[in-house]
Ligand binder design. Structure first.
Ligand code: ADE
Length: 224
């Protein structure tokens, strides 16, 4: 998989890919992540990427020209399955969407900023619009980081224990059951006895039941 991210603030997008699971996925060659500074595609001394909106109104709008140049340059080098725009009015990201995006080969992610992008970008260059939730961020960069994390951890070989993505919360519309580690007792707080019983069948049944109970209590909407 190859992900190309287009942004006006590349700094925000550095650290998520320089640590932990995402870093390891890149080092193992399971995914390539390339960050492109939109300003590199801008004209003139000022390297202008945004401008006032026609018709008046507060807030700057990202211009079509540098975005088009950047996307065309990438497309001239390889084919892309999706050109995604991160925006609060996009389709809300969920596990099902992350699962299907994890099957793609190459994708471009455009991060919005200011008041958004010229509508002509969305009409002609973007194939998919995604929101990470019903709240407004100051730009699409953190959304892009969230989206990339949700996708990359699903790629085969990224997680050490390959079954562990399958037992995540949401994978079967259930929240994950509670987990415990040593010590067995801490200040009188004990680990459920079943987990130390060695009876794998009974443990599996307990986890299934706990997942059901937890979902019913915390997220009954998932069970509908
Ligand atoms: N940009 C600003 N807010 C956003 C959101 N909620 N999701 C994705 N991109 C955004």
């Amino acid at each position: 998989m190859r992900i190309d991210i287009i942004t006006v603030v590349p700094e925000i997008l550095k650290s998520p890919f320089e640590a932990s699971i995402l870093k390891r996925a890149i080092e193992k060659g399971l995914v390539e992540v390339h960050i492109h500074n939109l300003r590199d595609y801008a004209q003139g001394n000022y390297k202008q990427v945004d401008d006032y909106q026609f018709g008046g109104g507060a807030g700057m709008v990202l211009m079509i020209e540098p975005i088009d140049k950047c996307i065309q340059e990438l497309k001239s080098q390889r084919a892309y399955d999706e050109v995604i725009y991160l925006t609060p009015d996009g389709q809300t990201l969920d596990q099902k969407m992350a699962n299907s995006l994890s099957l793609l080969g190459n994708m471009i992610i455009l991060c919005g900023h200011y008041k958004g992008v010229d509508q002509r970008v969305r009409d002609t260059l973007i194939t998919r619009e995604i929101s990470i939730g019903d709240y407004v961020l100051s730009g699409g960069e953190l959304g892009a980081a969230v989206l990339c994390d949700a996708i990359i951890r699903l790629l085969p070989g990224v997680l050490n224990d390959e079954t562990s993505a399958l037992t995540d919360s949401f994978q079967d519309n259930l929240l994950a059951p509670p987990v415990y580690t040593r010590p067995r007792e801490y200040k009188g707080l004990e680990v459920p006895e079943i987990l130390t019983s060695g009876n794998t069948k009974a443990i599996e049944a307990w986890r299934e039941e706990q997942a059901q109970l937890r979902t019913l209590k915390l997220r009954p909407d998932l069970l509908k």
